[in-house]
Design a protein. Structure first.
Lengths: 143, 341
């Protein structure tokens, strides 16, 4: 006699989630490696073949983005995720705070269209008010 | 006699129109269990567990629990026509002993020996269709009169069983027979925890955090900064050095707003690329022995073009000095020199 439960037991209705989880994590890892870090501001850093790597937690990052008009002053942002403009005092304060935390590097991620004089002016001001830091210009790999 | 509606808990089916005798027989045979529900037919009363109805269990339990008695002879085909309840009960007691006791092999032997035509007559006379629906197809049919509505899908199966030409074979049962089950709740299966999936996820998480925990490196060029502790020599002398004076110590690279380059006050003929500039600087370093570049650019020179000059100096290992940005190449005022530490 065929019993219903005996028949139904042969069917395995369990869905194995393991392959799906594996694929999801592989995709996540792939995207993590392939993604490019995009700054909140549209900063097109200049290309450079040479350069050194600076760790995110070992430096104070200052973003210098173009102003709304070509003649306006560039906009400075403190940190990689800064979304509000910062004055020079705020920038120097952030650098000083970074030095207190052991961050003795300042990376100036300036847009390639920023006037050279503005960049040098920021460097001079930071170096004058906070000695003991090294200044780096953010660049990107040549395409 | 009370007519019952029975709810099969295992199949989630309701069977209507069973009398007490049929319920007891079904209980004794295992077709009904104590967990099944019962209520008087068309009464609207709440369902009760059969196990709570002691009046129904009294007669059924001893039969179900008793060891199988020796095979009893097949019911007589000469049984009189049943008309009242008392006769029904008498026949039921015989049928119970017959249908619950012998093992299936003995039943099959008995069925082969008995006259199947007579069995069918009894079944038709008593109108025991609902009971036939309860009973398993592999057992013989007791001559128990039961009031039950509608034809049973088991009727044809029962005919097949008693067919002399076809021996009973469970595999030959039709689909309807396969759906019928007398199985009680099967033993609980112990579900194993699949550790492989968990390990997979754990390793993937480890990999994920390992990758994200490693610090991201931001490429950068180190540039010199003004050194207030060591003012330029010219400043100490109360005047600034001119570019011509500095040219003796530094490879002088000037750049205007449009990116036009002059090296040692001479126009740079090639296109402004890092490799072209590096090659020119290499030649000058070899010819003159100067090991540092003094970069003087207009205030409005794009930052990207200045970085090309820095990159070219790094290409051949030149020290970098950055002059204070001037108003342009035409501005002859000597810029202050920003020295690298």
């Amino acid at each position: 006699m065929l019993l219903r439960r005996q028949v139904s037991e042969e069917r395995d209705e369990h869905i194995d989630m393991t392959p799906m989880v594996d694929v999801v994590f592989q995709l996540m890892t792939f995207m993590l490696f392939s993604m490019k870090l995009v700054s909140p501001e549209n900063v097109n850093m200049p290309e450079a073949r040479h350069g050194i790597g600076v760790e995110e937690n070992a430096a104070t990052f200052v973003l210098v983005a173009p102003g709304p008009t070509p003649t306006s002053k560039p906009k400075m942002l403190v940190g990689l995720k800064g979304d509000q403009g910062a004055s020079m005092d705020e920038v120097v304060s952030a650098v000083s705070k970074g030095v207190a935390e052991g961050k003795r590097k300042v990376v100036l991620q300036a847009d390639g269209s920023i006037p050279h004089g503005e960049v040098v002016g920021i460097i001079s001001e930071i170096a004058k008010r906070e000695s003991g830091v090294t200044i780096h210009l953010g660049v990107r790999e040549p395409e | 006699m009370t007519i019952w509606d029975v709810f099969h808990s295992d199949r989630l089916e309701v069977e209507r129109g069973l009398d007490s005798t049929s319920v007891k027989v079904a209980l004794a045979r295992g077709a009904l269990t104590e967990d099944d529900l019962i209520r008087p037919s068309a009464s609207g009363q709440p369902w009760e567990r059969i196990g709570d109805r002691l009046d129904l269990l009294e007669d059924a339990e001893p039969v179900a629990a008793a060891p199988p008695p020796p095979a009893a002879p097949a019911p007589s085909v000469d049984e009189p026509h049943l008309e009242d309840d008392e006769d029904e009960l008498e026949i039921l007691s015989d049928a119970e002993l017959e249908t619950t006791s012998p093992p299936p092999e003995e039943i099959l032997e008995e069925e082969e020996e008995s006259d199947s035509d007579d069995e069918l007559e009894i079944l038709e006379e008593t109108g025991d269709e609902s009971l036939a629906a309860i009973l398993p197809s592999g057992d013989s049919i007791p001559a128990v009169p039961v009031i039950g509505p509608g034809p049973s899908p088991w009727e044809e199966a029962e005919y097949d069983i008693f067919d002399d030409e076809n021996e009973y074979d469970p595999l030959d049962e039709d689909e309807a027979a396969a759906e019928f089950t007398l199985a009680r709740g099967s033993a609980e299966t112990v579900e194993e925890l699949d550790l492989a999936a968990m390990v997979d996820v754990a390793f993937q998480l480890v990999l994920f955090f390992l990758v994200t925990a490693t610090t991201v490196l931001y490429k950068s060029l180190e540039v010199p900064k003004p050194n207030s502790d060591a003012p330029p020599e010219a400043a100490a002398q109360g005047r600034s050095k001119t570019l011509d004076e500095l040219k003796a110590d530094y490879i002088l690279v000037e750049m205007d707003t449009s990116g036009t380059v002059r090296i040692d006050r001479q126009p740079f003929p090639g296109a402004l690329t890092m490799m072209n500039l590096a090659e020119k600087l290499r030649t000058l370093r070899t010819d003159t022995g100067r090991s540092a570049m003094l970069f003087s650019a207009d205030y409005t020179t794009p930052h990207a073009k200045a970085v090309i000059a820095y990159d070219a100096a790094n290409e051949i290992g030149l020290q970098i000095k950055i002059a204070k940005p001037s108003g342009g190449l035409a501005n002859v005022a000597p810029p202050a020199v920003i020295k690298k530490n």
